[in-house]
Design a protein around this ligand. Sequence first.
Ligand code: RUQ
Ligand code: CUA
Length: 636
Amino acid sequence: MTPTPPTDATADDRDSETAADTDDHLIPRLGLPRRDFIKAGAAVGAMGTLAGCTGLLDNNGDGVASASDVDASVPPGELDEYYAFLSGGHSGDVRVYGVPSMRQIMRIPVFNYESARGYGHDDETREMLESAGDYTWGDAHHPRVSQTDNDYDGRWVFINDKANGRMARINLKYFETDAIVDIPNTQGVHGACARLPDTDLIFGVGEYRVPIPNDGRNLDDPDAYESVLTAIEPESMNVVWQVRVDGNLDNGDGGKNGRWFFATDYNSDGAVTESEMARPDTDYLKAFDTIAIEEAVENGEYEEINGVPVVDGTTESPLNQGDRPLVHYVDVPKSPHGVSVTPDGTYAIVSGKLDPTCTVVEIDRFDEVDDPNDVIVGQPLVGGGPLHTAYDGRGHAYTTLFVDSQVVKWDIEAAVDAERRSEDPIIEKIDVHYNPGHLIAAESYTADPQGDWLISLNKLSKDRFLPVGPVHPENDQLIYIGDDDAGMQLVKDTPAYPEPHDASMVHRSKIDPEPVYDPEDLETEYVDVDDTEVIREDGRVHIKMTSQRNEFGFHDVTVQEGDEVTITTTNIETTSDLLHSLAIPQYDINVKLAPQETREVTFTADKPGVYWMYCAYFCSALHLEMRSRLLVEPEE
Ligand code: RUQ
Ligand code: CUA
């Protein structure tokens, strides 16, 4: 049982560098900053003969710029310009796409157990999932990338679990989930967003009204149910306060200046059946003055429930009566859905869902008006079933129309100038396939959207792909929005496994993941060649071993039936892209080991016999030989 030196059967050309990435703001072969290029609309026509440029250039020479003129190709070996992070819905994960290729580059398990990445298999991730409620799935909707000064900073992605009321944090240094908090006093945590400009609070938007605490009291007394907004501190992931409200909460978005947070409410009556919920002609946009809420918490004006300070933000609350109410209730038409703040921070735009309008709210007016409804400055008639709105940074809003299966582009200032319920602000509509939910434009949630690509996250794909039985994929459609003269151009269909909700799209220059682990960042101690050992003590066996091409640190290890076995193993390779895993058949274990990663797995050796511990990542020509025996001796 001695460690063996590595055999290097795999050529080191696996350690290939990714394509040069130094001029990532530049348009290939032009050396022009892309954003200047796009924003200088006049320049576009002049460059019609240059291949490889994104833009409507009439490449096929038919005199009309069209979708076939948009070059969204990313040739083999070249890299995309954007990362898009899409939620996996009830798959519980986050998917990473490259845009404009729409290639799925990675999946990041969050609320789901996932074997290829060993997520929920090693002790650390299993304990994280267990201590966050011990659920095996989640319903991940809203991935929001952290910002500094209203721009993406590449630190984290936050995402909610609507099913079990949790919030998770993905660390973008390693593209892995590193914290999950199980939020008390709330059910159906739906919206997930941050206080901007610097992501100093994360908000979980509580959709379902339930008794608080939900311990069997007030079971069939819906009037006593409540929804809360939850604020979470992003470094510690501690819940710092909650606000109880009248009605419910759905989607949300943060203002840009460190004070406001907005959430929609489609159930202002606190109903419990669909027909009752849809009955009122108006529901609410709620504007939370987070500074005033923090002052109330500091002054002790809260009730502590399950360890959390809960502030009263209902309409009757004394804290809402003075000249600095905690929560402003604005009447907006019938069951609104999405709300998003414009890039310049001037407006919050509410998408009407059961009403064919969007409602434009001017944020600064909250301090000026006596009647909160006077903050509404525009209400364009956009079309059937408006759900979510995104921005291009050129004064346009793009709203998904679920019922009409379209994306509508409209002019924000024109909507402020126009009569209410006028179609005049509409610039154009494009058909999508079919029934879009969210949409996301490049960096739409920042102060400075890039204005070139938009993805429509369509709930149905119907006839767009080869049939695969009754469970159809969804369809994420790529639309080019960089040329206002030529209009929106549908460029690509992308089948999606159920089911992406929201997404964030970030320029690649703002994300800088590590290619291998820094052992200092991991909780478990590194096992080097000299550290391999088996420690036996009172029915416990601790195996410390290395993993490298093409052997584990021990050829075999013998334990007794009933022993509690911990295996700590380090992939001691330094070559990027050279992964191993520790798979243990019939013990339900597969721990992934990226280069320089150490993971630990603990299990009870309750099945006597021979178990070939093997590596499940195809790591070299001798990958199949990378296996060692775990010998479990039967009890006498
Ligand atoms: S929601 S389809 Cu979960 Cu963001 Cu609107
Ligand atoms: Cu290591 Cu396969």
